[in-house]
Design a protein around this ligand. Structure first.
Ligand SMILES: [Zn+2]
Length: 126
């Protein structure tokens, strides 16, 4: 596993295996996002093994399986800044959950390429 600044391997790994296969180009973009924002990003889900993805109800073609997505716990003005910067930096998939208690609010970012069954760029809500 390659190591990255700001995001320890434990945070990036699938909880069931303790390993990750994060995509290098995605991680370069994520590190840039972190540096541009200038505040810590709390990653709640990154790489997922197929088994873990099924367990958490992830879609079968989830970007998490490819190591090309993270979910970030964030709300309020920081969520606004995150989404704006993610769009500027070329993330192509942005999923937003910003309802209910702030502790359940998060933003998903990925950089999947457009392909059959994978509409990109896109944005959605949970
Ligand atoms: Zn996600």
């Amino acid at each position: 596993m390659k190591s990255w600044p700001y995001f320890p391997n434990q945070i990036l790994s699938s909880p069931d295996t303790g390993r990750h296969e994060m995509d290098e180009r995605f991680m370069l973009r994520l590190v840039l996002l972190r540096e541009e924002l200038g505040f810590p990003l709390i990653v709640t889900s990154a790489y997922r093994s197929p088994q873990h993805n099924a367990k958490v109800g992830g879609r079968s073609r989830s970007a998490h399986l490819a190591g090309r997505a993270v979910d970030i716990a964030i709300s309020g003005d920081k969520a606004h800044r995150l989404v704006r910067m993610a769009l500027m930096l070329g993330f192509t998939g942005i999923g937003i959950r910003q309802r209910g208690d702030f502790r359940s609010r998060y933003v998903h970012v990925d950089d999947l390429d457009k392909a059959p069954g994978i509409p990109r760029p896109t944005i959605w809500s949970y």
